[in-house]
Design a protein around this ligand. Structure first.
Ligand code: ZN
Ligand code: ZN
Length: 334
């Protein structure tokens, strides 16, 4: 049986219908009939080969929700007909020091769902069941997809860096990632500041949980914010004046990057030494943390704000993400 997908045939080209025969079903594999797939900015980076790792034809999509239609002989955790989610990570070695310490998301031998493999802009996918997740009943299929990448990417820093309810947290960029980060920060009990160049996003940022909104293209406002935050999460894929943001951190504060700024970050060392500030990053999350995040979203009513488009219209949806017009996550459906 062939799978019907949408693929970029060359870097930065529009997606075209693409049919392929899946690999044999491995003992740990499941076959999933895809109902929904979110569009993440990483899909755009992969279509454009920004990270020099794309192979063509390239089928994007790593925020996948669907129903299991086949399973390998070792799969005992899942049943045929069950709803599951699949995110950025396709596999890890599961035996290295990093995997054994519970950090399988940063295994040096891990593979991505849609880099070197065909992703979720498709009617079906075969994937390793050990990197698939049961979706809590409370989470609607059209809302659950973006949690598998955008959700875990913005949830994990709170747990990784021990963010607590008394802390003051800022979120830079209110888009697909940022609007989820605001919801998590609020649910963790923090005082939340949103930074955005779009003043028209202020009302929504407050609905997502921001207590304060700072227009990030106003240098005076950024200066007033100096020394006010314990933790900053940058979700933007742009180069900003990072020294200004380091100055917004209190002593011992941290700035965590989850969005891929294109250029290296210039860091004045004295800001790190004198205030003991840190610059850090966070990559998706371990399988354990993904399960935890899905339960957290179910319990706290956290959902992405989504726009829904038929899979066949994926190019129009991609264009909206590319030009920052998505409010806030585009989700394709079959
Ligand atoms: Zn992603
Ligand atoms: Zn490993």
């Amino acid at each position: 049986m062939s799978f019907n997908a949408f693929a970029a045939k060359a870097a930065a080209s529009p997606l075209e219908p693409f049919t392929y025969d899946p690999h044999d079903l491995g003992t740990w594999d499941i076959e999933v009939a895809i109902s929904h797939c979110g569009i993440c900015y990483s899909d755009i980076h992969l279509i454009d080969n920004d990270w020099h790792m794309s192979q063509y034809p390239m089928v994007p999509g790593h925020e996948i929700i669907g129903t299991i239609t086949e399973k390998g002989s070792s799969v005992t955790d899942f049943e045929i007909g069950q709803r599951v989610g699949i995110g950025w990570q396709r596999s890890a070695c599961l035996v290295c020091e990093t995997c054994l310490s519970g950090h399988d998301n940063i295994c040096p031998n891990s593979e991505a769902t849609c880099a070197g493999h065909y992703g979720g802009f498709s009617d079906n996918i075969r994937a390793d069941s050990r990197f698939a997740f049961t979706i809590p009943d409370e989470l609607e299929s059209e809302k659950a997809g973006p949690l598998l990448c955008g959700g875990i990417t913005t949830y994990s820093p709170f747990r990784l860096y021990g963010i607590q309810a008394h802390m003051k947290v800022g979120v830079i960029g209110i888009g697909g990632l940022g609007h989820l980060a605001l919801q998590f920060a609020n649910a963790f009990g923090c005082e939340v500041t949103a930074f955005s160049t779009s003043p028209d996003k202020e009302a929504e940022a407050r609905e997502f949980g921001a207590h304060r909104f700072i227009p990030s293209d106003d240098p005076r406002e950024l200066k007033y914010a100096a020394l006010s935050l314990d933790f900053l999460i940058s979700t933007v894929h742009a180069d900003l004046d990072w020294s200004t943001y380091l100055n917004i951190l209190k002593p011992n504060g941290k700035i965590c990057f989850v969005g891929a700024a294109p250029q290296p970050i210039p860091v004045p060392v004295m800001l790190l030494i004198m205030g003991q500030r840190s610059v850090c990053g966070s990559a998706i999350g371990s399988r354990d943390r993904i399960r935890e995040m899905l339960e957290f979203c179910a319990q706290h009513g956290i959902r992405p704000k989504t726009e829904h488009v038929a899979m066949a219209d994926c190019n129009g949806a991609i264009d909206k993400v590319r030009t920052n017009r998505a409010r806030y996550r585009m989700v394709l459906h079959n």
